[in-house]
Design a protein around this ligand. Structure first.
Ligand code: G3I
Length: 372
């Protein structure tokens, strides 16, 4: 079967279904109404097709490109029903100087989302990376009480600033090593493992309606890391800590086998948690051969199929679009081509594979049978 589906076939498959974007569930308070200037998304767009399964399809957004590149902005608006700030809600960006907040870029993204009927995944409150320089410098000499107070202030202030505007928050990000031990971050060193539960409690107090997620990579595979996260969230639930979901980042590489993601989405959802794929991309060695491109298409297709198959899977988010703007080449030299649009922002076979997968799934669950 060719994965290059002609646009005409997709259009025929969904004609008559309209391009209505479904609300993702009554539990989430919709952001305040903003002036709406958008045009309806095309019926064969990813967001229109996903809506027919009650699924939000999202992307990470580079806010510099959103401001400077009309083509990027048009794709972001027309193809996706959820957005995640790639960097601008991270601590180093929002509090570059201690006590002085800069919400400007993040506020612009939230406004863009409201104008385009998109929900926002907030990313991320507690992480070991992209901390402000003032904090990294001062943390080693702080007492645990001082550091805890600073962390609490950060979580409360940021969640409060965006209260009512964030659908899902990545409250704690990447707290585990691949062997299942807790990462040796300043948070663990100074505060002990209790910082995780504290962060969820603080975030919930600041915005009781936001869905609160633990988010990590390499938990798509069953193994020490996903088992450790499973035990963590099971324990948090048992203790009444306000956690709502687990985000599976899903950064795949064609040199490794595909993960047993469906199994993991299912076992976490059976704990009574929502799940989401939060940062999907599929990198490969360059230049891309036909074999590798097939593997990339398989990576996107199977991860989307897994989300569609699990009712608790609320959203499928790609980690940016446009291979020229991906984080991958900077971190994995010699690898790239990880996104669903090429260097010229033209859709790749990976895009078409998502489109085809969504079209085939349309209707189950759907408007009258929502995800939950
Ligand atoms: O802030 C500076 C800016 O002042 C300067 O002009 C610019 C010049 O290159 O660099 C800027 O910082 C970069 C930042 O992105 C914003 O562009 C950092 O050097 C760069 O390291 C940073 O990379 C981000 C990375 O997280 C940091 O760890 C990537 O864009 C972003 O895609 C990536 O996203 C992470 C998720 O948050 C968590 N999961 C893994 C994922 C991929 O690493």
């Amino acid at each position: 079967m060719s994965f290059r589906l002609r646009a005409g076939l997709i259009t025929t498959a969904v004609i008559g279904a309209g391009a209505v974007i479904l609300s993702q569930g009554a539990a989430f308070a919709a952001p305040p109404a903003a002036p709406s200037h958008h045009s309806p998304a095309p019926a064969d767009s990813l967001r229109s097709l996903a809506a027919q399964s009650g699924l939000r399809i999202g992307t990470a957004i580079n806010t510099d490109l959103l401001a400077s590149n009309d083509q990027y902005r048009a794709i972001a608006a027309s193809q996706f029903s959820s957005v995640t700030p790639e960097n601008v809600m991270k601590w180093e960006v929002v509090e570059p100087t201690q006590g002085t907040y800069d919400w400007a870029a993040a506020d612009r993204l939230v406004a863009f989302a409201q104008q385009n009927d998109q929900l926002v995944r907030g990313h991320t409150l507690v992480w070991h990376s992209q901390l402000p320089a003032w904090l990294t410098a001062a943390a080693p000499s702080m007492t645990p009480d001082q550091l805890r107070a600073i962390l609490k202030k950060h979580v409360v202030d940021e969640v409060t600033h965006f209260k009512g505007k964030i659908w899902q928050w990545d409250v704690v990000n990447e707290a585990f090593n691949d062997d299942g031990t807790l990462r040796d971050s300043i948070w663990l060193q100074k505060l002990g493992p209790g910082y995780i539960a504290d962060a969820f409690r603080w975030a919930h107090q600041a915005d009781p309606k936001a869905l609160l997620f633990y988010n990590d990579y390499n938990i798509e595979f069953t193994g020490p890391k996903s088992n450790a996260v499973y035990q963590l969230v099971q324990d948090l639930k048992a203790r009444g800590v306000p956690i709502d979901g687990v985000g599976f980042q899903t950064h795949l590489d064609t040199q490794y086998p595909l993960p047993d993601l469906l199994n993991n989405l299912q076992r976490f959802s059976k704990l009574g948690l929502k799940v989401a794929e939060t940062e999907v991309d599929v990198r490969t060695t360059l230049p891309v051969t036909p074999v590798e491109q097939n593997a990339q298409v398989a990576g996107y297709t199977t991860t989307l199929q897994a989300c569609l198959a699990v009712r608790a899977c609320l959203s499928y988010t790609v980690w940016g679009f446009g291979d020229a703007y991906s984080w991958v080449p900077g971190v994995f030299p010699g690898e790239g081509a990880a996104t669903i649009y090429d260097e010229n922002l033209q859709p790749k076979p990976e895009y078409t594979a998502l489109q085809q997968t969504l079209a085939l799934a349309a209707g189950t669950p759907g408007r009258n049978n929502p995800r939950r």
